[in-house]
Write a protein that binds this ligand. Structure first.
Ligand code: GAL
Length: 972
């Protein structure tokens, strides 16, 4: 047999060939660099066996034929018309047969012609070619000379290119396979998107230039002294003018007084490292990371992570993110009080870490490693426990640590995500411990904490966090490991799953983090929705998710779970998170005083100014600056509020802490924290009935109660003043949220299924009796869903009240067996003319809020259009409810409706029905109909975070029970 083709190299589980040893990454050097980003020539082939073999790499190859086109680098070719992106969460999208991959293996050939700058000296030193990210495997040639191969999509690789290069024009050729052995190590929950997606750079390395350098720092919080030692090859000098340092590399320099680096106070000292051949800029941050008494400390203090998991994502460019986008992420994080990032689940573009150093964010830098698809195979053959993968794993973790070791922001190395257990995990941990003992090691998949420095979990319930806080968790079988783990700090590397409406229950988690020193906070899953724009046949844009690209295997909208919408607009979940994690707690201290607690770990509140505002029934009546004395970290002061005048109305204080001056990340006046509390409670207003009896007109078949007109036959409200009204009925249904559809941590109740099975979306209203009883008009009904014998005996009692109003009392009494059913909502729904398109209300806002997502909203008077009341979740679902509303008015060109709570209600108004909302898959499926549907709710069920995590906490559940509520309706 003569073998003429044997698939190959890219299925080798070992690291690539020909690369230079990894080293610290920097682009701040006086050595020459040439970015090779731009329009490259590109050809896509369906398999790795490309006709013509490697011929395309030859300098003389003709890439002008029609198979070739232009493709920007960096980019993913699937976002430029060559194939499509594909989304899968856990399973591999190809047969699991490691290290082999399918023969159908999209393969991109790239060619780029560039001129070497005239002053580039090829005869001195070396010239290196660096790729910062190629997904997933590449082979590189310069002018037809092979430089090497690389696997590891999100870690850099450098090749020596000197001898292959020549003066003038040069041809760089790269072959990239979408699938490779490395794909088995890169099964993160994200889009599969191949290509050269990060920068390509040519680096001149003059003789005597820095090969590698390692900045070692420490900070002694007791003396305020720092130490600095920069190891470098070759040796040179370290110069930090501000600290008077000019010392040889490799020596430990003590600095008696230095300002430490923390995420709150990101003090960097600029300097440089000089060798005979190069001058590299340094940004030195002095800090010491440790575990003391079972908690993670930085500079001697326990820190609390208010974190997010950040994937690199942009809706136009995928994981090829620009420096502007990276900055935008950092600014958005800082402006929303976020202090920590886990770079899930791979090292980010290195520039992002420069920004974290500069702006101040704690970073868990995570290895580009996940093998989650092996879980469904009981982890059989999993690379973490298979020797053949050891070198590849050490290679990629090494490339991360070497690249990122000089960032003060990086305080924890993570070995990867969801890659099961195994000795290779231990090998990676051992290697890091030897190379960089100054940082801590994390890996959530190490359930026994054999190899790591902290106990990390995801999506743990509040109750379990509470137990963990008390170090009362269930024991491990091995008593030694149990003892070790029980003494460790605890973090939630993922929690509160930001999919769709929610996540609920944030504030309850934060209280646990603040209660138990061991619980050092968490990282929300996740920062941004990963969606791409698509357009309907009639030209309307929508956000596409898994399955929208004809993927055979996909996980639908599970990729739409960010605190930011795909265009980086903050979602209500982020507004809630900003408030829940705010660094100042402002609460009423009693006796006309406000208590101000500095919830920061290091910084005072000197950067903030405080103001107060007093509102009466929603109207501002007083306000001004509030003098607050200096408050150190974790200290409280109490400050008297101005004197109050007595009034019969509800009065509310709002105290706000804003930036006193412009900072790097926010302008003066930016709101950092606030507190709101009652100054005088809302008075109880007794009903003012008119004592006018309902007027019955049997001939016309109607009854009139004040401004309201009813049908005798149906008992239905038909008109309010001149306003036609459609079907005011009890409503217990909502378009299910992702969290309703979730199963409480995969084992509990999926309420959406229970509600569907119970036909709660198909409630019928049988009229039992329509009666006039003295001054009231009474309609007795039984609201019940098909197929079951349970229902709600519902009585609507209507009474005319002063000022042209009608009081509606609703009483709902459970009938039959409801078990322990939770209801989506309990209230009434009414259809109104579409002309009523403007809403104002006095209640909480301006955003939506549910019982367990209501921390971030403020009591006030708000105005929004019906359209702007909607939260445009990518996957349409229940949204837009406003909570604890005192009154709401819907107005339009011709008349309107005012609803007054007796005392409070929630409302939602939309131009489509709940049924249409339930049926929609994309926002463009929602088409306004001929009614505005108004839900006036006594209560709505909480939201929870069961799309991945815990469901609605009992105190936020709407259980079936006898209920009475009332509102007053007035035509306006
Ligand atoms: C975790 C995983 C994340 C993401 C999340 C659910 O298990 O680490 O990558 O899949 O679940 O959205």
């Amino acid at each position: 047999m003569e073998v003429i083709y044997c698939p190959g190299e890219h299925e080798d589980p070992r690291p690539g060939r020909g690369a230079l040893p990894p080293r610290a990454w920097t682009d701040r050097t006086d050595a020459k660099q040439l970015r090779l980003n731009g329009d490259w020539r590109f050809r896509l082939s369906p398999t790795a066996a490309v006709p013509g073999g490697d011929d395309f790499a030859k300098a003389a190859f003709d890439d002008d034929s029609e198979q070739w086109s232009n493709l920007p680098v960096p980019s993913h070719w699937v976002l430029h018309g060559h194939g499509k992106p594909a989304y899968v969460n856990i399973p591999y999208p190809f047969p699991v047969d490691p290290p082999f991959v399918p023969t159908e293996n999209p393969t991109g050939d790239y060619r780029y012609t560039f001129d070497l700058p005239k002053d580039w000296d090829l005869n001195s030193g070396k010239t290196i070619l660096r790729f910062d990210g190629v997904d997933s495997w590449c082979k590189v040639w310069v002018n037809g000379t092979l430089l090497g191969t690389s696997s590891g999509s999100r870690v850099p690789v450098e090749f020596v290119a000197s001898t292959a290069l020549r003066a003038g024009a040069n041809i760089l050729a790269v072959r990239v396979h979408q699938w490779s052995a490395g794909s088995y190590l890169e099964d993160q929950d994200q889009w599969w998107m191949p290509g050269i997606f990060r920068d390509v750079t040519l680096l001149h390395r003059p003789d005597g230039s820095v090969g590698d350098h390692f900045v070692h720092v420490s900070y002694d919080h007791e003396t305020g002294a720092g130490t600095l030692k920069v190891d470098a090859t070759p040796s040179g000098r370290v110069v930090i003018p501000e600290l008077g340092i000019d010392a040889p590399t490799g020596t430990l320099v003590s600095v008696p007084h230095v300002k430490p680096w923390t995420a709150e106070t990101p003090r960097l000292y600029a300097g440089h490292l000089v060798t005979t051949g190069e001058r590299v800029s340094l940004s030195v941050g002095f800090r010491t990371v440790a575990i003391e008494d079972g908690v993670i400390t930085v500079n001697g203090k326990r820190i609390l992570f208010r974190g997010v998991n950040r994937h690199e994502f942009h809706p136009d460019t995928g994981r090829a993110v620009t420096r502007e986008t990276m900055l935008q992420d950092v600014l958005l994080m800082k402006r929303h009080n976020i202090n920590a990032v886990r770079t899930s689940h791979y090292p980010p573009h290195p520039h992002f870490l420069d920004l974290c150093d500069e702006y101040g964010l704690w970073v868990i830098d995570e290895n580009d490693y996940e093998t989650h698809g092996f879980e469904q195979l009981n982890w059989q053959g999993n690379p973490s426990s298979t020797a053949v993968w050891k070198d590849a794993l050490l290679d990629r973790v090494g490339r991360m640590v070497e690249r990122d070791k000089n960032h003060p922001s990086v305080i924890i190395w993570s070995l990867g995500n969801e890659a099961g257990p195994g000795e290779n995990i231990g090998h990676m941990a051992d290697w890091i411990r030897r190379r960089d003992p100054s940082r801590l090691i994390h890996y959530e998949g190490d359930k026994t904490c054999k190899y790591v420095d902290m106990y990390s979990r995801m999506y743990v319930t509040h109750a379990e966090v509470d137990a963990l806080g008390r170090r009362q968790e269930d024991p491990l079988d091995d008593p030694e490991l149990d003892k070790k783990r029980r003494a460790m700090p605890f973090i939630l590397c993922e929690y509160i799953h930001a999919m769709g409406n929610g996540p609920g229950g944030q504030a309850e988690y934060q209280r646990l983090f603040e209660k138990y020193p061991r619980c050092q906070g968490g990282f929300v899953w996740e920062w941004i929705d990963h969606c791409f724009k698509k357009t309907t046949a009639d030209g309307r844009e929508y956000w596409a998710y898994g399955g929208d690209f004809d993927e055979e295997i996909h996980d639908g909208n599970f990729i739409v779970d960010g605190l930011l919408f795909p265009d980086r607009t903050p979602s209500p979940g982020l507004i809630e998170y900003k408030k829940v994690i705010e660094p100042v707690a402002i609460t009423y201290a009693g006796n006309g005083q406000v208590s101000i607690y500095n919830n920061r770990d290091f910084a005072s509140l000197d950067d903030l100014i405080f103001t107060y505002k007093l509102e009466r029934a929603g109207r501002g009546i007083a306000g001004g600056p509030l003098a607050v004395p200096a408050v150190g970290p974790r200290q409280t002061v109490t400050v008297p509020l101005p004197a109050l005048s007595t009034t019969k109305d509800e009065q509310v204080w709002t105290i706000t802490a804003v930036l006193a001056e412009d900072t790097k990340w926010g302008s003066a006046g930016h709101e950092v924290a606030w507190g709101q509390f009652a100054a005088t409670e809302a008075p109880h207003r007794p009903l003012a009935p008119t004592l006018i009896a309902p007027v019955v007109d049997k001939a016309a078949g109607v009854v009139t109660v004040g401004p309201a007109e009813f049908s005798i036959a149906s008992g239905q409200l038909i008109k309010l003043g001149q306003l036609p009204v459609h079907g005011l009925n009890l409503d217990i249904w909502r378009a299910t949220t992702d969290n309703d559809r979730g199963q409480e941590y995969f084992e509990g109740t999926c309420w959406a299924d229970v509600w569907k099975e119970a036909n709660l979306d198909k409630v019928k209203h049988r009229v039992n009796r329509v009666a006039v009883d003295g001054n009231t008009f009474v309609v007795e009904t039984r609201a019940a869903a098909g197929s079951y014998n349970r229902g709600l005996l519902t009585t609507y009692t209507w009474t005319a009240v002063e000022d042209n109003g009608v009081h509606l009392g609703v009483k709902a009494v459970p009938d039959g067996d409801w078990g322990d059913m939770v209801l989506p909502r309990l209230g009434v729904r009414v259809g109104l003319p579409t002309s009523l398109d403007q809403v104002s209300w006095y209640g909480y806002g301006p955003g939506e809020a549910y019982p367990d997502t209501r921390t971030g909203v403020k009591l006030g008077v708000y105005n929004l259009s019906v359209d702007d009341l909607q939260t445009p979740y990518v996957f349409p679902q229940e949204n837009g409810s406003r909570i604890d509303v005192r009154w709401a008015e819907l107005a339009g060109l011709s008349g309107g409706l005012r609803v007054e709570g007796a005392p409070l209600f929630s409302f939602a108004a939309r131009r489509w029905t709940t049924e249409q909302l339930q049926a929609a898959r994309h926002t463009t499926d929602l088409v306004p109909g001929n009614q505005v549907w108004l839900n006036i709710d006594y209560a709505v069920n909480g939201i929870g975070t069961a799309s991945c995590g815990e469901g609605v906490l009992p105190e936020h559940q709407l259980r079936v029970a006898e209920t009475e509520f009332s509102v007053i309706l007035r035509p306006t």
